[in-house]
Design a protein around this ligand. Structure first.
Ligand code: ARG
Length: 468
């Protein structure tokens, strides 16, 4: 019999139960649901809204239910719809009328909001840690490659000197922003909706400050209608995850390109590559491709819920139950991607010879050559034109700036002398880019140290990933 069967003369159609029930996916919030009920019952007892002895019994029994769930002794039922009613039914089954008091001054509408916030809060902590692990792996690899010169690209055309360290530290920077976006989302989420009731609060003298504090929230939410109808935190989290996946997808795209024979910049460890069923020679970057592919899936989760929410009147509507599968899928997907991407990245071999060859073939010192003339007093635009002519000449004659003779240089400008060879030497070009954020090895080493320090300083207590 349903908890709410009193008003009805018939049972619901079985297909309605199937459509309505969320227990198959919201059971993963059992811990949060039980913690929320414990805090609520304790508060009801402390406020004299229910007998304190019954509050104690509820709290104690909920603890036993939690242990039984974790021991796999409980089977949730579709008849009880969702995790909230399943837990309440279990409680009542065990302690009768005391159990029936737990839902005093509460609705499933504020209950589900508080559960989901707590669940996602813990999920964010775990996600921040995983992103941190990837950032640390990038720093480690970067440290070994601050002198590994390679071309940087614009328009996927060789542009200017970079190093493998400089290049991948760009991703560390993106991921560092992802971490701080997750932290912002967590901070904004951390207001407790419990006490909003169905939408109109309650006439009981509840203590919202107490439950908010007991459940690790900064404060109670300010408006009971918003408290139960707000899903911004779910959308904001999925936005953070979408941006994070966009970063992983770009990184994956680079890895896919780099692993090709055409680039040959890296080779993947066998444990993180796959073969072909027909072509014996193949070693495919499936992990990176799947991360790139799953990015679309995470965007889809975000777009799905944005679309669900866009037309909803206040306050709670059952449509909102659709939030959970979307956000759980997004969290699970990103989490799995990070778990596999990080070791794939950490174990890949960087082929510094191939990087160097690419660096020496693309005129990536052309800007430096122009800067050399500028240092000799020529206006930059004129210098640019001179070097453009030289590059054109090189391409026509199968040469590089390094292999041009002094006479060939002077044919374009008499300001050129032997010093040009120093100026266009790739390692000199690299070491000369001593600007903050630039590829000079010392600058990148500073960036690595700074990134590592940031990672450390972020390990504040709320980031330990404990669930209340
Ligand atoms: N399972 C529901 C959800 O996920 C809980 C809230 C149900 N509230 C209600 N009035 N039917 O949104």
């Amino acid at each position: 019999m349903k908890l709410w069967s009193g008003r009805f003369e018939k049972n619901t159609d079985q297909l309605v139960d199937k459509l309505n029930a969320s227990i198959s996916y919201d059971q993963r919030m059992y811990k949060e649901d039980i913690a929320g009920s414990m805090a609520h019952a304790a508060m009801l007892g402390a406020q004299g809204i229910i007998p304190p002895s019954e509050a104690d019994l509820i709290v104690k029994t909920l603890g036993e239910i939690l242990a039984d769930v974790e021991a796999g002794k409980i089977e949730f039922t579709e008849e009880n719809e969702d995790i909230h009613m399943n837990v309440e039914a279990l409680l009542t089954e065990r302690i009768g009328s005391a159990g029936k008091r737990v839902h005093t001054a509460r609705s499933r509408n504020d209950q589900v909001a508080v559960d989901l916030k707590m669940y996602l809060r813990a999920g964010i902590d775990g996600m921040e840690e995983k992103v941190g692990t990837l950032i640390a792996a990038i720093c480690d690899k970067a440290e070994a490659h601050t002198e590994s010169i390679m071309p940087g690209y614009t328009h996927l055309q060789r542009a200017q000197p970079s190093t493998f360290a400089h290049y991948i530290m760009a991703y560390a920077e993106m991921l560092t922003r992802d971490r701080s976006r997750l932290a912002d989302c967590r901070a904004r989420l951390n207001q407790c909706p419990l006490g909003s009731g169905a939408m109109g609060g309650t006439t009981y003298p509840i203590d919202r400050e107490a439950t908010a504090k007991a459940l690790g929230f900064d404060k109670p939410t300010e408006n009971s209608i918003d408290g139960v109808s707000d899903r911004d935190y779910v959308l904001e989290l999925m936005s953070c995850l979408s941006i994070l996946m966009m970063h992983l997808s770009r990184f994956s795209e680079e890895i896919i390109l780099w692993a090709s024979s055409e680039f040959g910049f890296i080779s993947l460890d066998d444990a993180y590559a796959t073969g072909s069923s027909i072509m014996p020679q193949k070693k495919n970057p499936d992990v990176a491709e799947l991360v790139r592919g799953k990015t679309g899936r995470v965007y889809g989760d975000l777009m799905g819920l944005l679309t669900v929410m866009k037309g909803l009147p206040l306050a709670y509507n059952k449509d909102m139950q659709e939030d959970k599968e979307a956000v759980f899928d997004a969290m699970d997907t990103v989490s799995l991607c990070l778990d596999v991407f990080t070791p794939m990245f950490a174990t890949m071999t960087v082929r510094t010879d191939r990087l160097r060859r690419a660096a020496s073939e693309g005129f990536i010192n052309a800007t430096d050559c122009a800067d050399y003339l500028v240092k000799k007093g020529m206006p930059f635009r004129d210098a640019y034109t001179c070097v453009g002519k030289l590059v054109h000449y090189c391409i026509e004659n199968g040469k590089t700036l390094e292999t041009l003779s002094p006479d060939e240089y002077r044919a374009v400008s008499d300001r050129f002398d032997e010093g040009v060879y120093q100026a266009i030497d790739l390692m000199n070009c690299l070491h000369g880019r001593m600007v903050m954020g630039g590829p000079a090895p010392q600058m990148v080493k500073n960036h690595i140290a700074h990134t590592r320090a940031l990672l450390k300083s972020r390990e504040t207590p709320h980031q330990k990933g404990e669930r209340p």
